[in-house]
Design a binder for this molecule. Structure first.
Ligand SMILES: C[S@@+](CC[C@H](N)C(=O)[O-])C[C@H]1O[C@@H](n2cnc3c(N)ncnc32)[C@H](O)[C@@H]1O
Length: 186
């Protein structure tokens, strides 16, 4: 039986650690499947999303159309504000973390965009910077993105120094929490 640990700060439950098998999404999204493909692997956490299209830097990629609010933080959940989390409930869940991301997950607009620094090419693995949405993560992992700027252990933004975070596009709730952390230290 699954156990949950309740975080007394915000009433959010932390789910049991997962062994890396995502339950199939119940929703289908034709718009999404025209831009995003999934390479499924039998290895735990080995699956990934790739782009079916080439798009210019900064352009719209996909709408997050079927989010399901959740009170359980899991390796699949995405933080949308200080105290709210959702499950993406679509193949967007297969987007890996990257330390040199080609996507931005904007959880205020429920919109996924191509990053502003370069064009997206068809066939590229898709990645967003997980600490751009997550303040705390229940299942940190060692990153294998292979980027020159790889941060190594991927944890929530609360564990990452502000200088590193300044190099990334961040959701407003993360940017605010980083600013508060800075103020409390000065
Ligand atoms: C929401 S899932 C993404 C899809 C996942 N790769 C899968 O096969 O189910 C998030 C998990 O994928 C793995 N993951 C994502 N990005 C990674 C990266 N850059 N390096 C290593 N593992 C990664 C981690 O185990 C993470 O908890």
């Amino acid at each position: 039986m699954a156990t949950t640990l309740v975080d007394s700060r915000n009433g959010v439950a932390h789910g049991d650690k997962s062994n890396g098998s995502i339950a199939p999404s119940k929703s289908t999204d034709k718009d999404l499947s025209s831009v995003l493909g999934v390479h499924k692997s039998p290895d735990a956490f080995g699956s990934y999303a790739f782009s079916k299209v080439s798009l210019p830097a900064g352009s719209f990629f996909a709408r997050i159309t079927n989010p399901i609010p959740t009170s359980t933080i899991a390796y699949t959940s995405v933080q949308v504000s200080r105290d709210k989390h959702i499950e993406l409930n679509s193949d967007l869940v297969y987007t890996n973390h990257s330390c040199d991301p080609n996507l931005e997950y904007d959880m205020e607009r429920f919109e996924v965009r191509v990053g502003k620094d370069r064009d997206l090419r068809k066939g590229e693995k898709l990645g967003f910077f997980y600490p751009s949405t997550e303040w705390e993560m229940v299942q940190p992992f060692e990153c294998n993105c292979g980027s020159e700027r790889c941060i190594g252990l991927v944890e929530g933004a609360n564990k990452i120094d502000s200088e590193t975070l300044r190099g990334y596009w961040l959701n407003r709730h993360i940017a605010e929490l980083v600013a508060e952390r800075e103020r409390s230290r000065s």
